[in-house]
Structure formats: structure tokens, C-alpha cells
Design a protein around this ligand. Sequence first.
Ligand code: KIV
Ligand code: ZN
Length: 528
Amino acid sequence: MTSDKKSRKTRKAKSKADRVFIFDTTLRDGEQSPGASMTLDEKLQVAELLDQMGVDIIEAGFPIASNGDFEAVSEIAKVAKNSVVAGLARAGSKDIDRAGEAVAHAKRPRIHTFISTSPVHMKYKLQMEPEAVLDAVSNSVQRARTYTDDVEWSAEDATRTDHDFLCRCCEAAIKAGATTINIPDTVGYSVPQEYFDLMTMLIEKVPGAGDVIFSTHCHNDLGLAVANSLAGVHAGARQIECTINGIGERAGNAALEEIVMAIDTRSDVLAYTTGIDKTMITRASKLVSGVTAFPVQYNKAIVGKNAFAHESGIHQDGMLKHNQTYEIMTPESIGLKESTLVMGKHSGRHAFREKLKEMGYELGENAFEDAFVRFKELADRKKHVFDEDIEALVDDEMAQADERIKVVALTVIAGTGGQQKATITLDVDGRHETREATGDGPVDAIFNAIKDIVPHEARLPLYQVHAVTEGTDAQAEVSVRLEEGGKMVTGRGADTDTMVASARAYISALNKLLVKRQKTAPGKMMAS
Ligand code: KIV
Ligand code: ZN
């Protein structure tokens, strides 16, 4: 028996109830979805949560893509306590050097380098001959190994690649020092049996396969990303690349929460384990949906609003008799709690602080005081204050803490007769400015008044409102996306008054745009 065969046997024998590594790419592939861009602060918030929830590898970004991406990867590298932090790089040396620099401060740095291997990608995208691609595989991995011992190599469009050529590429990557070999279904074209067969073939045939971890990276164009990923694991892969809420290019990636809960719920047939604290799934889903303003589909598996709701009489009757009649996992297992009435206007500072702690918030003294004032105002206006209300309020407060422009006052005239009018006062760098404007509807009037104070040419590709809780006194959470010169930002605002929430969300987006502008053209802060 060759040493390759021996190590393969050992790995397979061990793999019966094996640990599957969760590689989260929400901040890289997820952020590549049009409109899903996040600020540095938002990325740090997401990364800290992923680290806390037990994600094994966080792909923090694509450092060569922009200075912002580089900064995000290096800041995440500094704060991650447990997770490996990966930076993505194409096969070129500039990409790899930049990724190496970005992850340098991580406790556990990884460089993830990739190149396309399918005929269509090599011919049209890369315009390279297969032999040149093969050389690039070896060179890129060798260069990455000069920065870290943890190097992942991916064959982009692997599922449409000639099998013999794919084997040669994987072998070259392993020889050059790759420790993880990723087999992406880049265009979401594969079906489970086919992906299983491909992974099996690679693990059986590629020399040195037993010494590395094989990984899945499946896109969801045919809705098969999770099924394909699990098929890959059945074949011997021990790393799954996925994203929170399944966000990602086009139809997205395999959803982390679906992978983790499938493995957990069906341990009888999926004899694997992950290191994920599944009670943090709901928080992670809400956070990612909030910062990207990508709503979660109501009937989305695991984290959709209806995933644990039982509407029909027959189902409700069954559930009352025994919850296992219609529930294969409990809402508590993913950290979904009953909407609880938390506090009222008589609750004091101490109770509020305890509540925040219980909800996982750690605020500094000033931020705490501001949040407490907002909570008191809310409790005056709203009969029942729920966990979700506090969450929306604190997220809103945290997002706006250091902003240059703030909403001070707003009056809106709306209704069927006459034109809608808004009068708004903003605090711009400590100066108060007031303007009045009309518009096609109250929201348009508010945005026009804001534009008058802070002139800009940004487009508004998204304006979205959702109610935080039920009832007519519910807080509205508004998301506003602005686009200027190819840069996209999303702002959020919450208030029981939808118009105030709209103004806050618009101002929050505008503040982010100013930060972006300053980074690209320092000195040119306001257009006015
Ligand atoms: O889908 C893909 O092929 C990728 C690679 C960069 C891993 O995202
Ligand atoms: Zn991808």
C-alpha cells in the first residue's frame, strides 16, 4: 500500500462521525452580492459574532479589491480570537502579497488563492493555456506559503472542469504546499450525485489527497447548494464554505444555518459535527440581514419568519398535543425566543443594563446613556416594549453614535389634500440647519429637504420599511440604500414614527457615503 493510500484509509476510518469545518464567506462572497456592501464597523460586528459562534474560518474579504477590503481583512485579523482569518487572492503575486499583508496580524492566518480551471473560463476569462494555468497553481500556492502555513487553493468553476485536468491542478496545489483544496460549484450547476462523484473521484485519485482537507463551495443557482455541500461531505470533504442567510453572488451560497441544523437534526444519517453554537444562529441572521438590508424570505428554512409558525388548524391542534407532531427542531435551539414583554416606562437603568447584557450588547457609558434616553422615550410612546424593540433601538443608536449629521427635528404634513411638506432640522458638524421642502409624498419631501441641506447626486436604489413587532404602535425599521459613483451604502433607522425612521435611515446612509467619499477623495467632504 502506498503512503497515499494509507493516509486516505486512516482519514476515511476517522471520518464516520467526523468534525466538519465551517468556513464562513459572508464577508467576502456574501458581500459580493449587489447592494450587500458593509462598512468596516458592520464587518467587524459580523466577524466578532462569527468568531463567537464558533465559525472555524472567517473569509474576511478580498484584500486586493480595494483599500476598504484590505483594511477590513486586517482589522478582522486583529480582533478574531479563535477563528482562522482568511484573505482571498487571485493567482497573481500582487494579490497574494496583499492578502499576506492583510492577514499578517491574525492569530491563525490563511491565504485562499484561486484560479479558474474550466475550459470556458480558461479560454475566455483568463485567456490562458491549461499548462500556464497549471504553472500558476504551483507558483501561487508556493508564494502564499511564504506568508503562512495555512494555504487554501480553489479551482474556480471546478464542476465544469475536465476531470483529469482538475486532478493535475489539485495535485500541483498539494505539492506546492496547499493544506485545503476547495472544489467550487461556481455557477451552481451541479446536482448532488454528480458533486458526490466528483469529490469521491478527487479524494481517491489525487496523490496526496489524504494529507489535506477537501472543501465544498456551492452556489445556489438551482437551489441545490446545501444538498451539494452535504453530498460533498458524504464523499469525504471536511470543510463547507457557506454564508449566513445564504447570501452571495447571484442566487447565493449554501446557507450556514441550513448546513448546521441539517447536521444537527439528522445526526442519525449525517454523522458529523460542527463547532457552531447554534443558539447564536438567529442573532447572526438578524445582524446580517440588518447590515445588508437584505430581507430574509418569510419561508426561508431555519431563519425565516414562518419557519416555526404553525397557522393551519390541523397543525396548531397537533402542536398543542405534542410539539414533535410538526416540529423537527425547536425555535430555542437556534436562539429564537418567544417575543417577550421586557420592560416598561418604570424600568430603571439597572434593569435596562441587565437586559442589554442578556441580549449580548456591551455599550460604553455614553452609548448606554443615549440608549437609555431613547428607551425611555420609546416606553412613553409605546405600550409594550419587546426584545426586538430594544434590539432595533440599540442598533440604531450604535450605528449613529459617531455620525457627523444627525436628525434634530422633523415635521411632516401629509394627507389627501394639498402637497406633502417636510420641515427638517439637522445637526451638521455641530451646526443646526433647517429647511422646508415639498415632494411626491411625505418621504420624498423629507429626502428633498435633506438634499437641500446636504447636496448630493446619490441615487436611491432601495427604500424599505418593516415593522419590528406587531401592532399599530410598532417601531418601523427603515433601510435606505444610496449609490454614488459605483459606491453603495445602506443606512438604517428605527422609530415608532415611520417618517422619523425614514429620515434617520437616509441620514445614516448619507453619513456612510461621506466616509466613503473622504476615503477616496480626502478633503472633499460635503458637496455643498
Ligand atoms: O464561487 C467561486 O468559485 C468562488 C471562488 C473564489 C472560491 O467564490
Ligand atoms: Zn463563490
